[in-house]
Design a protein around this ligand. Structure first.
Ligand code: SF4
Length: 357
């Protein structure tokens, strides 16, 4: 794409190289971009010697979702989230369910200022805003401006991120972000991420998680998309779980998500539920206390169990909370063990068994 005008807004996360190119530091691709061109994500480009976020104020998707759909289960459960995205992405996932948005290399979307984004969220009675569907670190300057406005209205901010970030983007997250869920795919196995995502390795994701731990107080959850045959190795899952246990702690929630065929990976089957159960077992053996299965509504491993007495403390069906057996201080009603969940739902969907996703 060749740029000859100045759309969007000047980015913050970049530096100038001796070659004259600009180095984008919003994500771990670290694109070195010449005048008139864009980086790999297609939405950050050099115009008149400056790096511009071309999609600043252009929202390509906006939906109201439950927070459990992100998935986030230990932060403000049962809340309603206004989810937004721009076009573009720094990953090239062959299975992407949002490929129409993420792999679109066009600068388009509904014009919205940060104030208008927050007004929309408030009008929908949303408790939080999620920056999701594509990788939010690529439009982090816009997310930050929305996030700061959101805080003024008592609305929290979530990133659903692939974690392929930089120390600079983590520093910026710390200015406005309350919660992040970092999505591994195929447990970060090198062969998988090279072949199906188009990145050399998952090392920057592990580093991002350490940076978030060391430099912020952002609530963090982990997901891992388990892809049958090519991204379902239990040794890789164990390596990821060990990292989470050692570096982030045993109370960090981890979600193993079921893969569904999509985009350029239609020849693969959905992940067998038994495979997900094996991954869950690995997580528990490593010592992670809160492991979940995702995209399998009705499975008992959607629930939160007390690690002390094994009672169901939060019952779930899909994205709905069906029972809440915690005290005022979020301790298990059976044994008193404190469960690290921040907040409590306004509503319990006792008879809600219809889930759409
Ligand atoms: S955000 Fe985009 S331009 Fe910047 S380094 Fe990542 S892929 Fe390249």
């Amino acid at each position: 794409m060749l740029l000859n005008e100045a759309p969007g807004k000047e980015a913050t996360l970049y530096s100038r190289l001796p070659s004259g190119r600009l180095k984008c530091t919003a994500c771990a691709r670290l694109c070195e971009i010449p005048e008139g061109k864009v980086g790999l994500c297609g939405i950050r480009g050099v115009v008149d010697g400056k790096l511009r976020l071309l999609v600043y104020g252009k929202v390509i998707a906006g939906h109201i979702d439950p927070i459990e759909k992100k998935p986030v289960t230990h932060y403000r459960p049962g809340t309603s989230i206004f989810s937004i995205a721009t076009t573009g992405c720094n990953w090239l996932c062959k299975y992407c369910q949002n490929h129409d948005i993420s792999q679109r290399r066009k600068i388009e979307g509904t014009e919205m200022t940060p104030t208008e984004v927050v007004e929309n969220a408030a009008n929908y009675d949303a408790d939080g805003i999620a920056y999701t569907y594509n990788e939010p670190s690529i439009f982090i300057e816009f997310a930050k401006d929305c996030g700061i406005e959101a805080h003024k209205r008592g609305i929290f901010n979530i990133f659903v991120s692939n974690g392929y970030d930089t120390p600079e983007s983590v520093n910026m997250m710390n200015e406005f972000l309350d919660c992040i869920t970092v999505d591994f795919k195929g447990s970060g196995k090198q062969e998988f991420v090279r072949r199906f995502i188009g990145i050399p390795n998952a090392d920057p994701i592990f580093q991002t998680l350490k940076n978030i731990r060391d430099k912020t107080s952002i609530h963090t959850e982990i997901t891992d998309l388990i892809v049958p045959q090519v991204g379902d190795d239990l040794d890789d899952a164990k390596r990821l779980c060990k990292f989470v246990y050692d570096e982030l702690g045993p109370d960090t929630p981890i979600h193993f998500l079921r893969f569904h065929p999509d985009y350029k990976m239609m020849e693969f089957d959905s992940t067998p539920v038994e495979t997900l159960e094996k991954h869950h077992r690995v997580a528990k053996e490593v010592g992670l206390r809160y492991a979940y299965l995702g995209n399998v509504p009705g499975h008992p491993l959607e629930h939160t169990y007390c690690p002390e007495c094994n009672s169901v403390v939060v019952g779930r069906y899909g994205f709905s909370i069906t029972s809440w057996n915690l005290t005022e201080k979020n301790c298990c009603k059976s044994c008193g063990h404190r469960i690290p969940i921040l907040g409590k739902p306004k509503k319990i969907h006792k008879n809600r068994f219809q889930v759409i996703w």
